[in-house]
Write a protein that binds this ligand. Structure first.
Ligand SMILES: NC(=O)c1ccc[n+]([C@@H]2O[C@H](COP(=O)([O-])OP(=O)(O)OC[C@H]3O[C@@H](n4cnc5c(N)ncnc54)[C@H](OP(=O)(O)O)[C@@H]3O)[C@@H](O)[C@H]2O)c1
Length: 253
């Protein structure tokens, strides 16, 4: 019987894959047979993850790309075309959240950084990947959004706004790219134990407040996000596009 989750022969680019949720996604996609391009700003962290995937018998390559810098996006896709000649899966996962505070105190620097990485970065990565996928007859894009894109997080105004944009972006690309055999979906993680969330998870008062509204009563491990991504990028979800999957321990409920 065909394994619906098998990714053998697929090339998958995962941004923000040097740690946290992206690292867990990269490791699982490699376990299921994909050649994973492990990407983030700093090549050393990517190489560490890629080499440990290779040590475990998987296929992985490191690629540095700051998704808030347009030239680096162009350069990354030139490298992928040259080295692989195709891209089957894009996981837009790297995001920025430089400002934690009252929305009225948001300055232009924090606004620009958050929008440039979380909206412009996801958007042009999707365009570059979409053009390659169109030429090769199809592909899959997965965007890591957030539950904050549905219900804004306290003191995380501009970040939440960009995550709502990612949900809208997911639907727009799905609608216009469906006939090109390109599926586009979003993962909406809840509170997950990573460096990104450490401002929340290491503050006992904030953490206790957060746990009160999470029915499972605990923070997620990054590995608990990866299974949903595997489902959404594999043939197991071949008729699913333009949708979001919430993985939040029941918080939005
Ligand atoms: N953790 C949570 O509670 C939570 C909840 C909801 C949604 N999310 C979402 O999950 C995704 C991953 O977050 P995480 O919690 O796994 O964070 P994390 O552990 O801090 O990892 C962030 C990753 O992104 C890379 N990165 C940061 N800025 C980048 C940029 N401009 N260009 C390219 N790579 C960049 C980092 O590596 P370098 O430093 O080398 O660039 C790292 O690999 C994000 O989209 C986040 O919004 C997280």
């Amino acid at each position: 019987m065909k394994d619906l989750f098998d990714l053998t022969g697929k090339v998958a680019l995962v941004t923000g894959a040097s740690r946290g949720i992206g690292e867990s996604i990269a490791r699982l996609l490699a376990q299921y047979g994909a050649h994973v391009i492990v990407s983030s700003r700093k090549i050393d962290g990517c190489e560490a993850v890629a080499s440990s995937i290779r040590d475990a018998g998987g296929k992985a390559t490191a690629l540095a790309c700051h998704v808030g810098e347009m030239e680096q996006i162009t350069q990354a896709f030139e490298t992928i075309k040259k080295d692989f000649g195709k891209l089957d899966i894009l996981v837009n996962n790297a995001a920025a959240n430089p400002f934690f505070g009252h929305i009225l105190d948001t300055d232009l620097g924090a606004y620009n950084k958050t929008v440039d990485v979380n909206i412009r970065g996801y958007f042009f990565m999707s365009i570059e990947a979409g053009k390659m996928m169109k030429e090769q007859g199809g592909g899959v894009i997965l965007n890591t959004a957030s539950v904050n894109g549905v219900t804004p997080g306290d003191m995380q105004g501009i970040y939440s706004i960009t995550k709502a944009a990612v949900i809208s972006m997911t639907k727009s690309f799905a609608k216009e790219c469906g006939k090109l055999n390109i599926r586009v979906n979003a993962l909406l993680p809840g509170l997950t134990d990573t460096k990104f969330a450490s401002a929340l998870t290491t503050n006992e008062q904030i953490l206790n407040h957060a746990l009160k509204v999470i029915p499972l009563g605990r923070v997620a491990d990054p590995d608990e996000m990866a299974g949903t991504v595997l489902y959404l990028v594999s043939d197991a979800s071949s008729y699913t596009t333009g949708t979001t999957v919430v993985v939040d321990g029941g918080m939005l409920a």
